[in-house]
Design a protein around this ligand. Structure first.
Ligand code: ADP
Ligand code: MG
Length: 696
């Protein structure tokens, strides 16, 4: 039997394969690109392309594709075969360096927010040598960036890579001040925990709302939800177990470090967590994970739902972005140290993240904004839309003591300087008991918990990296000119704690009292996607991104527009699906049941039977039926009106405040009717079947 190590990474053109198959100078050169971010000498591309092709063909691949991550949020690929005619009757398999490095595709259907004029329909894909190529479904997939003719980013990967590059530079400069001249690279690392639901495929296919929108637009809660907490970490059902086994196999062969799998809080909900890795790889891997989850599920008679809120009344699905910084020498910059100098360095990086999160709360909030995630944030299961940092009691006390300049636990006011003293130890395991915090320090990394399950982690990490870069550069400007480094460091840390401690919150983030308190502290609370997105174009945020060369102003404008439009499109599809379902399924079903009840009333009356049930329920349902019809017509009207609005921001806001609001009214009426209607009359599987439908 093959063991995991036999097939782990076998479908990846990774380091080991490159070493085996590339001439030494070519191998060294590409290593230098991967490890140190140096530009690759393109004259080597032919040799690399050839080696890739031979390897891929041996593994059974026939095609190659530039694999990229456009603004749709999912990955895109266009397959070309390696075949090239030799003469009229024979073909050879070819793949040139040119084809490896650059692709040209008619990309006019990808969102570009006006960056690609319609007459210039081409987009370019450019090889990203820092991510490994891999084989999926018989095609060699080459991770690429996707940009316009003018070089503007049309994807999520390019800005992420840019943000990693500037962060690397900023962190190295700071580390030099601490005497680390040996450090060549600093990379952000990420471990994204992924939540998802599994439902039975047949059941899923009978729900147009799930098929068209990924979430249920109607449906009332079954008698049992998640209140018993019996699903969380519960035994995994055999069908699900075999899905997970298959998924692990596929992920491992693609070099994805899938590690932990367990049942989550809601019935039918699960989680997968990989071992963390460099952010751009983690992004590729998370994208592959989401894709494979859906593919593998279908093979097992299941459908994987990645929507943030597939079911009303039970927890939605998120994604936790565990983030830290690591050096090529193996140092985790968010790991508290053993010596005074290590501690001071840890505190400085910690403070950089604290200031970055406080200064750019809105930027982080925007990075997780989507129509689906709006159903989670601020509901009683996920972090609120307010960003705060959880540090744990011990670390909070330490920072408090530092700010006040007193030694922890000492009554006498002995002066404490961070560059000189060793910090008191704080136990790591007590630092993560708050699950309600959006941004929690968990011992040696930060865990950002606001991401939606469906999100590409590229957006959030681009935001975190850039904000931290900005602050590190500010810190460098202060520290690099200081005559007394330790004194300046001490002062800078104190000042940062003092100015940004309003962002600390160790309490219950789900509590309404916190929202009021947050408002008092002046923290931003951008409740919905349309509210949040427009702030991407605030002067301060444009400055952040343009100054650090992560986005140009033009790119930001286009991104904002794409995101707003995408929001509007999603609500538009949801509202149309609702109208369709109400008219063709739900209202006719209520009407039919009411009619049968009415008949029964007449027939029973003739026999002088009691008609209590039929009369009462029939009457209620006939009222609800009319109400549902009226609301459907209103929704139709509103949807039409709103769809005509020209301005993207105004339109998105109207979809939220007018269309979504009306959708909620319609749902409420229909759900009430569902509760009164005999099961056999209801035209689709109910919540009970969806949530508890998988075989034991
Ligand atoms: P929990 O559910 O308690 O949050 P998990 O073990 O499920 O914990 O997830 C923790 C995640 O954090 C894992 O993906 C892990 O690889 C990741 N992680 C651990 N250390 C780091 C680090 N230094 N940088 C980034 N991610 C990390
Ligand atoms: Mg977690």
């Amino acid at each position: 039997m093959k063991t995991v190590t036999d097939f782990f990474g076998t479908m990846v053109f990774n380091d080991q394969v490159m070493k085996e198959r590339l001439p030494e100078d070519v191998y060294n050169s590409i290593q230098n690109t991967i490890q140190n971010g140096k530009h690759l000498d393109l004259s080597l591309a032919n040799e690399i392309a050839n080696a890739m092709k031979d390897w891929a063909i041996e593994k059974g691949a026939t095609h190659y594709t530039h694999w990229f991550q456009p603004m749709t949020g999912i990955t895109a690929e266009k397959h070309d075969s390696f075949i090239s005619p030799l003469d009229n009757s024979t073909a050879i398999m070819e793949f040139s360096g040119k084809e490896l490095v650059k692709g040209e595709s008619d990309a006019s259907s990808f969102p570009s927010g006006g960056l690609r004029a319609t007459f210039e329909a081409r987009g370019y894909t450019a090889w990203d040598p820092s991510s490994y190529a891999f084989i999926k479904d018989g095609a060699l997939c080459i991770p690429t960036a996707f940009c316009s003719y003018g070089g503007e980013a049309l994807d999520k990967k390019t800005p992420l890579l840019r943000s990693m590059e500037v962060l690397n530079k900023a962190a190295i400069k700071i580390l030099k001040l601490f005497g680390h001249d040996d450090i060549k690279t600093v990379k952000p690392t990420v471990g994204p925990e992924q939540e998802y639901f599994l439902v039975d495929k047949e059941t899923y296919n009978k729900r147009p709302d799930l098929v068209y929108t990924g979430r249920t637009l109607f449906g009332s809660m079954p008698p049992k939800g998640q209140e018993l907490d019996d699903h969380y970490f519960g035994t995994i059902k055999p069908q699900v177990k075999s899905f997970m086994k298959d998924l692990d196999h596929e992920l491992w062969s693609l070099g994805v470090f899938a590690k932990t799998e367990h049942n989550e809080a809601a019935p039918a909900q699960h989680e997968l967590a990989p071992i963390f890795t460099t952010t751009n790889l983690a992004t590729d891997h998370n994208q592959l994970t989401m894709e494979l989850m859906q593919k593998v599920a279908r093979k097992h008679g299941l459908v994987c739902l990645l929507h943030e809120k597939p079911f009303d009344g039970v927890n939605g699905s998120g994604k936790h972005n565990n983030w830290s910084l690591s050096t090529n020498t193996g140092m985790n910059l968010l790991e508290p140290g053993e010596t005074p100098s290590e501690n001071a360095q840890f505190l400085l990086f910690l403070c950089a993240v604290i200031k970055a999160v406080d200064d750019y709360q809105d930027v982080l909030r925007i990075s997780v904004a989507s129509a689906g995630n709006d159903h989670r944030l601020g509901a009683n299961e996920a972090p609120p839309a307010v960003i705060s940092i959880f540090l744990g009691e011990e670390l909070t006390e330490i920072l408090d003591a530092i700010e006040k300049g007193v030694k922890l636990g000492s009554k006498e006011k002995e002066k404490m300087r961070v560059g000189v003293h060793i910090l008191p130890k704080f136990p790591k395991d007590t630092s993560d008991r708050n699950r309600t915090s959006p941004f929690a320090f968990t011992g040696n990394k930060f865990e950002f918990r606001m991401l939606g399950s469906n999100a590409s982690i590229a957006d959030t990490n681009t935001a975190i990296n850039t904000a931290v870069t900005e602050v590190l550069n500010e810190f460098y400007d202060v520290l690099s000119i200081a005559e007394d480094f330790n004194g300046a460091l001490d002062e800078l840390i104190k000042k940062t704690i003092k100015e940004h401690k309003r962002i600390f919150f160790n309490g219950n983030g789900y509590d309404d009292a916190w929202i009021k308190e947050a408002e008092k502290r002046g923290l931003s609370n951008l409740k919905s996607t349309p509210d949040a997105l427009v702030h991407l174009l605030d002067e301060k945020n444009i400055e952040l991104y343009t100054k650090n060369k992560v986005f140009s102003e033009k790119e930001l404008y286009s991104r904002c527009e794409i995101l707003l439009e995408s929001y509007s499109k999603i609500i538009n599809i949801e509202s149309r699906t609702m109208i369709d379902m109400a008219k063709k399924l739900i209202i006719p079903a209520i009407s039919k049941y009411t009619k049968d009840l009415a008949r029964s009333v007449n027939e029973k009356r003739e026999l002088d039977f009691d008609i209590g049930y039929e009369f009462e329920v029939g009457k209620k349902l006939s009222v609800l039926c009319t109400e549902a019809y009226k609301l459907t017509l209103e929704l139709e009207e509103k949807r039409k009106d709103v769809s005509k609005i020209k301005d993207a921001a105004e339109k998105a806001k109207a979809y939220e405040s007018v269309v979504l609001a009306k959708m909620n009214e319609l749902r409420k009426t229909c759900d009430e009717a569902e509760r009164l209607t005999a099961r056999e009359y209801w035209p689709m599987p109910d919540y009970g079947e969806l949530l508890f439908g998988i075989r034991e």
